[in-house]
Design a protein around this ligand. Sequence first.
Ligand code: ADP
Ligand code: MG
Length: 252
Amino acid sequence: MNMIKAVSIYKQFNQLEVLKGISLAVDKGEVIAIIGPSGSGKSTFLRCLNRLETIDRGTIEIEGDVLATDHGEGKVNYAAETEVRKICRRMGMVFQQFNLFPHLTVLENLIEAPITVKGMRQEAIVPKAEDLLRKVGLAEKRDVYPSRLSGGQKQRVAIARALAMNPDIMLFDEPTSALDPELTGEVLKTMRQLAEEHMTMIVVTHEMAFAREVANRVIFMDNGEIVEEGLPATIFGSPSQPRTKAFLNKVL
Ligand code: ADP
Ligand code: MG
């Protein structure tokens, strides 16, 4: 069983076709890096996986559970709303902008969703949240407000907050793009650690060194399509598609 199975995903905004038949299957413990130029549909694809966007055509299964199925002729059926929420809860997402709750402390940010969404008891989630803060190296920031944190620290809190929901899959959308260069390392280190613990991850990133070293598979997207995918060594070392070569020449 795949952790994620997306088949022939199409999505358009008004007249603009943003995803033109994207298919991707992700196995347990795999780390997938998605690279590609701005506007190629990377964020939209991630957002479709956890139904922050709906798809126009295609099928999405998460851990064998059907999120959306294509009935042909442009008709996609989604699972019932409670089922959708249950399925999507298994995916944690980290955005470029950290989206922490500014009026809550770091610890409160971590325990909010487990309590309100999952109904966890404070006694159960607080120790777990503290463990996660320790893991991302921010135990001492437990009681401060996000405004007192650096961008890198905020992003590590955002990762810990996503992990507090105990996801089976983590989706990262350019988690270091909003950071000053000297702060990206600490966030990438946290992600690398997660990968080493065999978290199933999809990471949209401009960090080519990270993609090369940490990903099991690299997907190059351009213009709403997967142009090429393969092992990092292949994609970065000897890409077969001209569009991949042109992109890598620009960014490397
Ligand atoms: P990427 O993440 O690869 O930069 P996106 O998925 O963000 O690409 O965007 C792909 C295309 O879809 C872009 O042209 C973008 O302007 C457009 N787009 C994204 N979201 C919306 C939206 N909610 N409404 C209209 N157009 C959108
Ligand atoms: Mg994007």
